[in-house]
Design a protein around this ligand. Structure first.
Ligand code: 9D3
Length: 247
């Protein structure tokens, strides 16, 4: 179970809101998870406190210098951070809900956030244990990826979510889109709530929800539909691809 997260970042202020707001803020406030940031800039020795430099071989942008990163990582580890370093990078293994579940079972994380064009490859060779990506789109740095991974994992911790069954449901519905939700009034701007939901027949309600969820998944996410949820016999007419997760 996740107890402590250390983050190597040039922008610790990016994590102020994570520490105070919403679900992650509450978990940190209640002491379930401890979050510490380490700024490589505090581990520079030159008067300009420089953390980046021009790339060998030329090209646009800057590269993060290895030594301030190494010193920040080693300071975190000397303070009790995880020994394994997780580098958030577009070159990393793509995370999904199963990956988040595996990560949430670890007691500590040491996350490395990159900026600029990336970090010196030798730092990765020497000190990084795994590389993770949150998706095939371009971020300006690792910090927003760290938010995403923390939010997704912290909500799985026991007692963080008010209602534990919803976290459990996630594991069954990971390969399935959610059904639609409705609240009062029963008619809003001429639109009525689907009759099944006000029927009082719980069997009918479950059946309706499952059917709409299945239809939506087929129409909107055929890639998910082709990967049957273990609990779903409806999707088993499609061959299961080998799931791979070494997290
Ligand atoms: C425009 C720069 N790109 C040149 C081809 C390379 C590049 C460098 C640095 C692209 C993105 C980044 C910063 N991204 C992250 O640090 C990052 C990330 C991401 O961009 N997408 C998905 N997951 C992640 S995890 C960290």
């Amino acid at each position: 179970m996740l107890r402590r997260i250390d983050i190597i970042t040039l922008f610790p202020e990016w994590f102020d809101s994570v520490k105070t707001l919403g679900l992650t803020g509450r978990a940190i406030d209640q002491g379930q998870v401890e979050l510490k940031c380490w700024n490589p800039r505090d581990f520079t020795d030159d008067p300009h406190r420089s953390v980046d430099d021009r790339p060998y071989g030329g090209g646009p942008g800057m590269v993060m210098r290895p030594e301030p990163l190494a010193l920040a990582i080693e300071a975190a580890q000397a303070n009790g951070a995880a020994s394994a370093v997780t580098y958030l990078s577009p070159q990393g293994q793509l995370l999904d809900q199963a990956g988040i579940q595996a990560l949430s079972k670890r007691s500590q994380w040491l996350l490395l956030c990159g900026r600029y064009e990336g970090i010196d490859e030798r730092l990765i060779e020497a000190l990084v244990d795994e590389e993770l990506s949150i998706g095939d789109y371009v971020l300006s740095g690792g910090e927003p990826a760290a938010w995403v991974v923390m939010d997704a994992a912290i909500r799985l911790l026991p007692g963080v979510l008010g209602h534990p069954e919803s976290a459990e449901q996630d594991s069954f519905s990971a390969g399935r889109l959610d059904h639609p939700h409705y609240t009062r009034p029963s008619t809003w701007r001429g639109r009525a709530v689907p009759p099944a939901l006000v029927s009082g027949d719980h069997g009918l309600i479950e059946q309706w929800r499952a059917q709409i969820a299945a239809e939506r998944t087929k129409a909107r996410r055929p890639d998910l539909w082709a990967r049957p949820a273990a609990s779903d016999p409806e999707a088993s007419d499609v061959p299961p691809p080998a799931p791979k997760h070494d997290l």
